[in-house]
Design a binder for this molecule. Structure first.
Ligand code: ADP
Length: 275
């Protein structure tokens, strides 16, 4: 443990929303419990990043944000989708911040679509000085998966995943640890929801191991627009290159978020730094 250290915590859309719902549906129970766990844990500085779940994915798929635009009517339809999604994920973020505040966490909302631009769907400009200022002032910034403008004129708009935000923040804020709370115990040899014989990979300790896991997942996984577990591992592999350790844990299990923030050893997948 170190003084004045930063932890980046991701709350998966699968945890804070009912991800398979066709309408935006909050998981009130999880959000309330997790906010309480965060308020009871010890940290110096904390940034929370959350996914969009049912507040974003159904719309992103319907309007094809991030796909090539081939006509003016399609552009108009995508703009409608963009506006809809931006509003929907903002509502989710507002709820997350509210639950945190009710439990005594000084949450402050940071909206990616108001300060992030992408190029070919990767963040290329974002001023994160303000996030640092909030951290130094004792706030907990809460950032989230959003839609953003893209410099590539064939797509013009992109979906920015919480997982990509984490990688960008880690690159610029130098966190001690990154914790990803999902709805499974960690990364398995295959999707544990589809294959009961899937085995949990507790430690990713080499680049070759990570790359073969990504290859296996890309052949099996039906991913959502933000990349699913494969997308997560890709981003975390880049974090490892930056010298940041990360762990994926099951945020549906009571107290695991709290224990992970406290630095306790818990079941999950640990991705070592500098693979
Ligand atoms: P979140 O919303 O928590 O960020 P995602 O829904 O994007 O997470 O990804 C988590 C999901 O990925 C799990 O619910 C699981 O069903 C699926 N998945 C697919 N392949 C794997 C795998 N090899 N290991 C773990 N989970 C996997």
């Amino acid at each position: 443990m170190c003084d004045d250290c930063l932890i980046i915590l991701k709350l998966g859309g699968s945890v804070i929303t009912k991800k398979d719902a066709t309408e935006p549906t909050l998981n009130h129970k999880n959000l309330d419990r997790i906010s309480k766990e965060i308020s009871e844990s010890s940290y110096d500085k904390l940034v929370i990043v959350h996914g969009a779940g049912s507040f974003g994915h159904p719309f992103a798929q319907k309007y094809g944000i991030g796909n090539e635009i081939t006509s003016t009517s399609e552009l108009a339809r995508k703009k409608l989708g963009f506006s809809l999604i931006q509003n929907s994920v903002k509502n989710l973020n507002s709820k997350v911040c509210e639950y945190l505040r009710i439990h005594g966490v000084f949450s402050v909302s940071i909206q990616p679509s108001s300060f992030v631009l992408t190029k070919n769907k990767r963040i290329y400009s974002a001023n994160i000085d303000l996030i640092n200022k909030y951290l130094d002032s004792g706030f907990v910034p809460v950032i989230y998966g959003d839609v953003v403008l893209d410099e590539d004129q064939s797509i013009k708009m992109a979906v920015l995943s919480g997982d990509q935000i984490i990688k960008y923040l880690a690159e610029h804020l130098n966190p001690e640890r990154v914790i990803l709370g999902s709805d499974v115990d960690g990364i398995y040899t295959k999707d544990p929801k589809k294959y009961p014989d899937a085995e949990l990979v507790k430690l990713v300790s080499s680049r070759a191991q990570a790359e073969s896991m990504i290859e296996l997942m890309s052949s099996k996984e039906t991913v959502d627009v933000t990349g699913g577990m494969e997308g997560k591992l890709r981003e975390l592999l880049e974090l490892a290159d930056l010298g940041v350790e990360s762990e994926i844990i099951n945020a549906n299990k009571v107290n695991l978020i709290k224990e992970a923030i406290n630095g306790d050893e818990i079941i999950g997948t640990l991705i070592k730094r500098r693979l």
